[in-house]
Design a protein around this ligand. Structure first.
Ligand SMILES: Cc1ncc(COP(=O)(O)O)c(C=O)c1O
Length: 221
């Protein structure tokens, strides 16, 4: 019997980009047991020994700490674990000379979970029925963005300009600023840098140009 799913339920059970990749990887590995693959995984192809060691040490410290019960057995504040919030503030302020306060920090279970919330907070239908767009300044970009919105019609991706250097056998994706439209119907702008999967890196100047277009829209509305 088919479960009686809501529209949201149907969407959640469909094969989004991320789930399609994970399925591909698992199917491939299962179909070819014993074959010697270089498994580049879906985003974390290698465990860096230094990073693993860091996590191991931190976990051991936590296990030995009197805070263990507080951290593991209780609900915390929805903003995140306070000592971690404070450590993030101290690190960012020292590193970048900023003056962040704790109202500007939110700890989440991961970027995928965060941008699902953020994209749907800013993209989709407003109370007055107007559709706010989630704009990808250039595509291809992270496949997870494909299933990010509860309303697929709110997602708008622009074709890139291709800068081709045939002699060097190289090319680069550039945002096409002649076409990119950021206006009062734009709810949020989404891109990965460096880009997964292409490895493209938007230049500082391009990011600043996108930010300037966004700022212009805020001041106009
Ligand atoms: C651009 C991008 N965003 C988000 C994610 C998922 O990140 P998280 O594990 O923090 O949810 C990935 C993983 O590969 C990614 O490449």
């Amino acid at each position: 019997m088919e479960p009686a799913l809501s529209q949201f339920g149907v969407q959640m059970s469909s094969l989004t980009g991320v789930r399609a990749i994970m399925k591909d990887i698992i199917d491939t590995l299962r179909a070819s047991p014993g074959q010697d693959f270089i498994n580049l995984s879906a985003g974390n192809p290698v465990i860096l020994p230094e990073v693993e060691q860091l996590w191991r040490q931190s976990t051991q410290q936590l296990l030995a700490s009197p805070d263990y019960g507080e951290v593991v057995c209780r609900y915390g504040a929805s903003q995140g674990y306070q000592p971690l919030v404070e450590a993030v503030i101290a690190d960012f302020n020292r590193r970048y000379g900023w003056q962040l306060c704790d109202r500007q920090i939110l700890i989440t279970p991961g970027s995928q979970a965060l941008y699902f919330l953020a994209a749907n907070a800013f993209g989709g239908y407003k109370a007055d029925g107007q559709l706010q767009k989630i704009v990808l300044p250039l595509s291809p970009d992270y496949t997870g963005y494909g299933g990010v919105s509860l309303f697929s019609e709110s997602l708008l991706a622009y074709q890139p300009k291709l800068e081709i250097n045939e002699a060097a056998h190289r090319f680069k994706y550039r945002p096409n600023f002649d076409q990119l439209k950021i206006d009062s119907s734009t709810g949020c702008i989404l891109f990965s840098r460096p880009c997964n999967p292409t490895g493209n890196v938007l230049s500082d100047a391009e990011v600043k140009q996108i930010a300037a277009l966004a700022a212009l829209t805020i001041y106009q509305s």
